[in-house]
Ligand binder design. Structure first.
Ligand code: LIP
Length: 265
């Protein structure tokens, strides 16, 4: 029962009920219940309730699996199957009722992400992928944009919760913005990565992401043909996540490397 398609079927079913819970709680009104790394890094009651809901459903279906979630943490060591969960990716959007937030759930087998779903809880848009099985939005198979010219590229990015990090990211953006078509900051990495997969963004990069921000969306982007990497040979991780079509990745990568995008606080 560890086949990627079966893990995906469970992930999709869980992400749908979790999204319904998030949307209901949003309708009831949302307030920040606490802050985490900084005063602007908020957590709502819904982030926690949705994570508990997902953990309960996964435990019911697969009691032996490990779960790593944004709000309750979890097993960082390797279990045969580990689920990587962001209950509400785009929490600030959720707080402000901006319809760009998602339940992001990935299944990792022996350390490799093999299935993932990202579901926009506000709009119901859903992106899925299995390793080697392709990426889909509903039944539509996804492919990244054919853009090869950085100067024509619409690029997504994001900023951290710490002011010093945002200042570094702004300096990097200042060095990049004159070399691309334009920038988009939508506020949820998982959805940004899926937009690269469907070609509504030509590329995306961000420093400071956690595994739960990019595990599922990264697989969707990769299965749609994107190169999903870090900088200078590193895998995608907290220093940097870049997702771009093979024809665009080298130019974006090299520009970000020159700008020390993985550096700073
Ligand atoms: C968010 C990411 C986003 C980033 C934000 C934050 P969260 O995740 O999806 O890309 O720019 O700073 O990390 O905190 O809403 O789960």
């Amino acid at each position: 029962m560890d086949r990627p398609v079966e893990l995906l079927a469970l992930a999709v079913s869980v992400a749908r009920s979790a999204s319904d819970l998030a949307r209901r709680m949003r309708a009831d009104g949302v307030a920040a219940v606490a802050t985490k790394s900084t005063a602007t890094d908020v957590v709502t009651a819904a982030d926690r309730a949705v994570e508990r809901h997902v953990r309960e459903r996964l435990h019911e279906a697969r009691p032996g699996d490990a779960v790593l979630g944004e709000e309750y943490g979890g097993e960082r060591d390797r279990a045969p199957v580990r689920w990587i969960l962001d209950p509400i990716d785009g929490t600030v959007n959720y707080l402000y009722d901006l319809p760009q937030y998602a339940v992001s759930l990935a299944a990792e087998v022996d350390g490799v992400v093999v299935a993932g779903v990202v579901r926009n809880a506000a709009t119901g848009r859903e992106w899925t992928a299995t390793r080697g099985g392709g990426a889909f939005a509903g039944d539509r198979r996804l492919a990244v944009s054919g853009e090869t010219d950085l100067a024509q590229a619409l690029v997504g990015t994001g900023f951290g919760y710490a002011a010093q990090r945002r200042l570094h990211q702004a300096r990097v953006l200042a060095g990049l913005i004159g070399h691309i078509r334009d920038i988009r900051r939508f506020g949820a990495a998982s959805i940004d990565l899926c937009m690269v997969a469907e070609g509504t963004l030509d590329a995306y990069y961000e420093k400071g992401l956690n595994p739960w921000d990019h595990a599922a969306g990264g697989l969707v982007a990769a299965e749609a043909g994107a190169l999903v990497t870090g900088l200078d040979g590193a895998p995608p991780g907290p220093d940097m996540v870049i997702a771009a079509p093979p024809g665009l990745h080298p130019a974006l990568h090299d520009r970000l490397s020159e700008l020390d995008a993985a550096g700073g606080p």
